[in-house]
Design a protein. Sequence first.
Length: 163
Amino acid sequence: MNIEIRVYKEDDLPDMIRIWNEVVEEGIAFPQEEILTLQTGKEFFAKQTYAAVAVNIETKNICGLYILHPNNVGRCSHICNASYAVSSENRGLHIGEKLVADCLLQGQRHGFKVLQFNAVVATNIHARHLYERLGFTQLGTIPGGFRLKNGQYEDICPYYHLL
């Protein structure tokens, strides 16, 4: 599959919202619980520092996305944070790796010095292996830091990567 990562366009919003909501509804990776509508999704993606989509060049289908934004304010605003989502039918095809690699470049281009993930769910083994393969460092483990959709608590593992 030939994938292009590019900045999102307004025409992409329905697919972006569908993919984002799929991850939210699964309840095992994103902290958000609210489903995006077209209006709230448009506002949400517009307020990010950068938002990108992964497009299958042959089919023109959007198969993933990421958002990039400051992790904090003021004296810590040089640290950014990101979230990634790949549609369920396109997982396992290394699209996430392309999204993360592009995000590292965009973080640097936007003047950030560090990319930090606050809450990588410990059981998200594929994401953790990807981050470690790309040079991220795990900061430790926070016991019970994530509430799964079923109400159980799972550990989270913060990661960072110098830009």
